[in-house]
Ligand binder design. Structure first.
Ligand code: IMP
Ligand code: MG
Length: 177
């Protein structure tokens, strides 16, 4: 495994600290309210599971799966729902939980789709963000780390479905991409 690592971008300690900070902010912003965390499969699952345990307002969780990248590292721009939410979200305060926002195409599609379901409110929380790569303008309300262009994996993020289980986030040497 070590031989494919170009650089460790974020250690497990840095991630854990940031996740707690975001959870604290969310808890303060939603004091007295209930929230539904909508995690985007599969990349956001580790982030969701760590984030939700530090939020101290009532939380429900649900999952949505969309296709945007296929199994390569290039965005196709085509987004479609592969697995929809299990429960209706009408009148709920929704926070979309994403691993990374790059072009914003995936998120833009999701936000538009979910807003049509008459939610009470909708915010976006992303662990990683590449604002300079945006193709559409989408608002990220809670953002963990701004990162550079290098393709990154670990802590839920994959390359061809691998490395999601690695507890830290790293870039891959180009010869392995
Ligand atoms: P966007 O639609 O271009 O914003 O792409 C967002 C999605 O692409 C994320 O939810 C990830 O699944 C995937 N993605 C973008 N960049 C990376 C990366 O560096 N590593 C792993 N997945 C990525
Ligand atoms: Mg994703």
């Amino acid at each position: 495994m070590e031989r494919i690592i170009k650089e460790i971008i974020l250690t497990d300690k840095q991630i854990a600290k940031k996740v707690k900070e975001i959870a604290k902010k969310i808890s303060a912003d939603y004091k007295g309210k209930e929230i539904t965390l909508v995690a985007v499969l599969k990349g956001a699952t580790l982030f969701l599971s760590d984030l939700c345990r530090y939020i101290d307002v009532p939380v429900t969780i649900d999952f949505i799966a969309v296709s945007s990248y296929g199994s390569s590292t290039e965005t196709s721009g085509v987004v479609r729902i592969l697995k929809d939410l299990d429960e209706p979200v009408e009148s709920r305060n929704i926070i979309v939980v994403e691993d990374i926002i790059d072009t914003g195409l995936t998120l833009n599609y999701l936000v538009t789709n979910l807003k049509r379901r008459n939610v009470a409110s909708l915010k976006v929380c992303a662990l990683l963000d590449r604002p300079h790569k945006r193709k559409v303008d989408v608002k990220v309300d809670y953002s963990g780390f701004i990162i550079s262009d290098d393709y990154v994996v670990g802590y839920g993020l994959d390359y061809k479905q691998k490395y999601r289980n690695i507890p830290f986030i790293f870039s891959i040497k180009p010869e392995f991409l």
